[in-house]
Design a protein. Structure first.
Length: 578
């Protein structure tokens, strides 16, 4: 049975941009209406101005024409102001939505699927690319309105005199070709720029994470060179963008005056020939400028290219299929924590990390997972709570396929403690109650006592209320807080993924005894690297190169020299020596 329940719908740039823009529909409608009104007033203004001049020249002036002209000017200014404010609000709403959508998807991907992107890369996409993508709305609207206004200007020229429209039309082909080449080259350069910039961010993130090692090794200068190595390529790409923009600007600035001169020359001839009145010469001059307005959108086109490149990077993450954790309508199991792995296979890069694992973990059992590095222990432990999904096979929790449970139901039943726990919350108490916000102070203190964390917590300035950011923690203390967090979750299944590796032997033994005494009715899956840890478990699942080699008590397996070799020279626990 193959489980591929990932829910995923690939969205194109247009779809994602529309959804982002629609996050604030009221502002979007106001922005659209105000933008169109601004464009319309811009088109009306030259004709009204021409009519006013002709009226003054032929009739001695009239206040009605001036009033109409003034109303159009005031309306246009107000529309521009509303469009600017509403557009800014739409960009903010789109940015927030894109960042939330992207962050939710990153969390949904989990550690395995998101590993193809470096943390620094994801941060750059989340903060930089999402914001740049949101800018596409006003940029596209501006370009669209500019094109629409230009068409309106061309139509107005045609209405004044068809010869003016034909003159303008004759000069359009080279301009269209110029803009197409500019857009293609600009998008490619922006993509290269973002890729190179991201490589610097990733290198910097790695260097900051390993700053202690860098200082200890005395390699700060080498790391500076490594982090900044892509700068020359970044500079070349930025220079290429500038060169492309420069060429587009001078070519467009050369074409625009030539076309304006041509149209105005024809308009002057038309006035001299009596084809159009003198005021229409002024209107023709204004309309040819409007008609050529789209050519002057080089900066806007650069912005659109940047937004397209950023949207591609955002969609690259969103296109990664995430597992469906909403679950099918199914009652959450209320059993004691009985887990069954049926013919489970997991592959990474085409290689089987786990190969056809059949394993039953009775409720209330403490099961130790033992094996050499790379044997598949962490992968098997991750399957129990869907931190990773099997490529083949089924995982059952109290008889229910865990893929049929939603994330909340599964988290209520399976808790994890890790080797290097990430601690969240304002205070130490918050960190322990992080997975179970409803936990009382008594629950928190009991969990801390079980993890043997209460002794060092009580020595802190404010005890459990000490700010977490001001609490210096050793590796062992952080592990004990992570273990306390898992215990406080009060789940039926407790998975310890090497969660006691930083504890000294005495503390580790105390924690093992506490978990054994306090959680006899809970199922515990423990990744064991020490013989003493395996000795405290009820059963040991011995993994060897992704296969289940044996399931038996530690004392029985200890007789096998291959099993003893897994622990190196570690002695067996005294109570199990025969």
């Amino acid at each position: 049975m193959v489980h591929r329940r990932g829910r995923h719908r690939l969205e194109g740039p247009g779809h994602i941009l529309v959804r982002a823009a629609w996050q604030r529909p009221g502002y979007l409608v106001a922005f659209a209406l105000a933008s169109v009104l601004s464009a319309v007033t811009g088109l009306l203004l030259p004709q009204l101005l021409a009519q006013t001049i002709d009226t003054v020249l032929h009739r001695g002036g009239t206040p009605d024409a001036l009033v109409r002209l003034g109303l159009v000017v005031i309306t246009g200014v107000a529309a521009q102001a509303v469009a600017g404010l509403a557009g800014a609000a739409c960009v903010v709403g789109a940015t927030v939505w894109l960042r939330r959508r992207l962050l939710q998807h990153i969390f949904a991907l989990g550690p395995v699927r998101s590993a193809r992107f470096a943390p620094g890369d994801l941060i750059n996409r989340l903060l930089g690319d999402a914001a740049q993508t949101a800018q596409a709305l006003p940029v596209m609207a501006g370009i669209g309105l500019s094109v629409g206004t230009s068409l309106g200007g061309a139509v107005a020229l045609w209405l004044i005199d068809p010869l003016l429209g034909l003159t303008l039309l004759a000069g359009l082909p080279p301009i269209v070709l110029l803009m197409r080449r500019f857009m293609a080259g600009s998008t490619d350069l922006h993509t290269r720029y973002e890729r190179t910039f991201t490589s610097i961010v990733v290198r910097l993130s790695d260097a900051l994470t390993g700053v202690r090692t860098i200082r200890a090794a005395g390699t700060a200068g080498r790391e500076v060179d490594r982090v900044l190595a892509p700068l020359p390529e970044l500079g070349r790409t930025a220079q290429g963008m500038w060169q492309l923009q420069r060429r587009a600007v001078w070519k467009s600035m050369l074409l625009m005056p030539l076309m304006e001169v041509a149209v105005l020359a024809v308009a002057g001839w038309a006035v001299a020939a009596g084809r159009i009145p003198p005021g229409q010469l002024l209107a023709a001059g204004a309309y040819v400028g409007i008609a050529l307005g789209a050519i002057g959108q080089v900066d806007a086109l650069m912005g659109l290219s940047a937004a397209r490149a950023s949207a591609g990077r955002v969609l690259e993450v969103l296109s990664q299929p995430a597992p469906d954790t909403t679950g099918a309508p199914h009652p959450a199991p209320g059993g004691p924590g009985h887990i069954v792995f049926e013919a489970v296979t997991v592959r990474t890069g085409g290689q089987a990390v786990l190969d056809g694992i059949d394993l039953t973990v009775p409720a209330g059992t403490a099961l130790a997972l033992v094996g050499r590095s790379g044997a598949g222990k962490s992968t098997l432990a991750a399957l129990a709570g869907r931190l990773r999904d099997a490529d083949q096979g089924t995982v059952l929790l109290d008889g229910t396929d865990i893929t049929r449970l939603d994330a909340a139901a599964l988290r209520d039943r399976v808790a994890y403690a890790f080797e290097r726990p990430a601690l969240f919350g304002d205070t130490v108490a918050d960190a322990i109650a992080y997975a179970r916000p409803s936990a009382t102070r008594a629950d928190i203190e009991r969990a801390a006592a079980a993890a043997r964390a209460d002794t060092f917590i009580q020595r802190l300035p404010d005890g459990y209320d000490t700010p977490l950011a001001k609490t210096p923690l050793s590796g062992g203390e952080a592990q004990r807080l992570g273990l306390a967090r898992a215990v406080a979750q009060d789940a039926r299944v407790l998975v310890l993924d090497d969660a006691t590796s930083s504890l000294d032997t005495v503390t580790e033994a105390e924690v093992s005894r506490a978990l054994t005494e306090l959680f006899k009715d809970r199922t515990r899956i423990i990744i064991a690297h020490r013989a003493s840890t395996a000795a405290h478990a009820d059963l040991v699942a011995w993994l060897d190169e992704g296969r289940l080699r044996a399931v038996a008590p530690h004392a029985q397996l200890w007789r096998d020299p291959d099993y003893r070799a897994v622990f190196g020279t570690q002695p067996a626990a005294p109570e199990e020596t025969s």
